[in-house]
Ligand binder design. Structure first.
Ligand SMILES: Cc1ncc(COP(=O)(O)O)c(C=O)c1O
Length: 457
């Protein structure tokens, strides 16, 4: 059989409704063109994010009933701790309610003002937390990562030569290196085992610890199985274990590959650092056996982490995203190649060549997709990442201007992907008529969440 199907039956359904185009136009105006202000019920297919949007299995829902709500010593925490230790090999587990408190707690211990934190490409909240502690976040990617058209099996790899040069000039200011797997910012692209191994070797020579941002560790491991010589016959759980073996610890937003709607953790081997993190955890999140999660959330996460490394699931997951990418590519829509693990990233500069980066082509595509098809996407471009120099007033634009269609896990079918593709193709046909946007109001940090936009006349 060649037809691919979802490896599950659907036991509960949640109705969705496509409101009319006039209503969608009105909703957009009311939201001051910020898609974060739209109500979920006004969105037909929601590809804003794959974070916290997964559908849980019946086994996880059963865990919700069985969750132990003890303030201290919850059985569900010990289940979760056992699973994380088994999967990652790390000794100590600090639970948090999502990824950014894990960043906040770990970085508070490791970063001091003036430090430089290199990574393959930091996610926006990660970068914001590094800056918040007085550090500087440096992204060191391969040149291929900045060219959406070039095929490279591991576009998430760190550029080892650049890393070595940075270490030689800044050794005393580098508290650790952060490897994000897969790499969200540039297309959900994986990091190879060879790159992880080489990075570890380089860092060890200078005594610099390596941490993994593990939000999508299972998707990364599956790409290694598919694409890296020598790994095709290995089990995903063993690939995962090897990935983590090159690190001193990890932070994880479990809202992605944890297959849950809320959750996160830090896992590490350094006992002293673990104890310091626990002190801050109690101050910021809660006691060390729940860390901001309910007992039922801990239980659902323990089960989700075991399900996410099942090979049937991962084969379907990666194939469904690839299916959407192929539909768009066949229709001539320029996407980041090859398709990533958790979504398809459209090269918006090529879709709207007449809209300059100062008028946000990737964001314009997001707005148009909602108006035309009721599909909500996210911008990973100049709204999120352009930086204005306070002294010169000059704006530094990111090299890539991407619109991300993030696919929630186990939520939509292949047929939903057909609808999304049709919507994008329809918008692209109108490219000469579409006008860009300007920012009417912006907050100081992470402006994409709270900004107001207006159409350029
Ligand atoms: C790679 C990566 N790291 C960290 C985070 C932050 O996690 P959270 O949203 O759970 O705070 C995200 C969120 O999307 C992410 O993609």
């Amino acid at each position: 059989m060649t037809v691919k199907v979802e490896p599950f039956k659907i036991k509960v359904v949640e109705p969705i409704k496509l409101i009319s185009k006039n209503e969608r136009l009105k909703k957009m105006e009311e939201a001051r063109y910020n898609i974060f202000r739209l109500k979920g019920e006004d969105v037909y297919i929601d590809l804003l994010t794959d974070s916290g949007t997964s559908a849980m299995s019946d086994h996880q829902w059963a865990g919700i009933m069985e969750g132990d709500e003890s303030y201290a010593g919850s059985k569900s925490f010990f289940n979760l701790e056992r699973v994380i230790k088994k999967i990652t090999g790390f000794e100590y587990v600090v639970p948090t309610h999502q990824g950014r408190p894990a960043e906040n707690i770990l970085f508070s211990q490791l970063i001091k003002p003036g430090d430089v934190v290199p990574g393959n490409a930091h996610f926006d909240s990660t970068q914001a937390h590094i800056i918040h502690k007085g550090g500087k976040a440096v992204n060191l990617l391969l040149d291929e990562a900045y060219d959406p058209k070039t095929y490279h099996p591991f576009k998430g790899n760190v550029n080892i030569e650049q890393l070595e040069n940075l270490i030689k000039s800044q050794r005393d200011n580098i508290p650790f290196f952060l490897m994000t797997v897969t790499n969200n910012t540039i297309g959900g692209q994986p990091v190879s085992m060879e790159n992880l191994r080489r990075t570890r070797k380089l860092l060890s020579g200078f005594g610099i610890p390596l941490y993994i941002d593990a939000a999508r560790f299972a998707e990364n491991a599956y790409f290694i199985k598919l694409r890296e010589p020598g790994y095709g016959e290995k089990e995903v759980k063993d690939i995962v274990r090897e990935m983590f073996s090159y690190a001193d610890g990890c932070i994880m937003s479990a809202k992605k590959d944890g297959l849950v709607n809320i959750g996160g953790f830090i896992a590490l081997n350094d006992k002293k650092l673990y104890e310091q993190c626990c002190e801050l955890l109690i101050l910021l999140e809660g006691f060390i056996t729940y860390g901001g999660m309910a007992g039922r959330d801990l239980e659902a996460l323990a089960r989700g982490l075991e399900e996410v490394i099942e090979e049937d699931y991962l084969a379907y997951r990666i194939d469904q995203v690839n299916y959407l990418g192929k539909k768009l590519d066949d229709a001539g829509i320029p996407i980041v190649q090859p398709p990533g693990g958790h979504g398809i990233y459209i090269d918006a500069k090529s879709v709207f060549p007449r809209i300059p980066q100062s008028q946000f082509p990737a964001y314009t595509l997001v707005v148009e997709m909602y108006i035309e098809a009721g599909v909500r996407a996210a911008e990973i471009g100049s709204v999120a990442f352009a930086k204005k120099d306070e002294i010169t007033g000059k704006t530094d634009y990111p090299r890539l201007e991407l619109t991300r269609l993030a696919v929630p896990r186990r939520v939509y079918t292949y047929r939903h992907m057909d609808f999304v593709a049709e919507g994008v193709i329809h918008v692209a046909k109108k490219k000469d008529k579409v006008k860009g946007f300007k920012i009417a109001y912006e907050p100081k940090t992470l402006r994409h969440f709270l900004a107001d936009f207006a159409r350029v006349e």
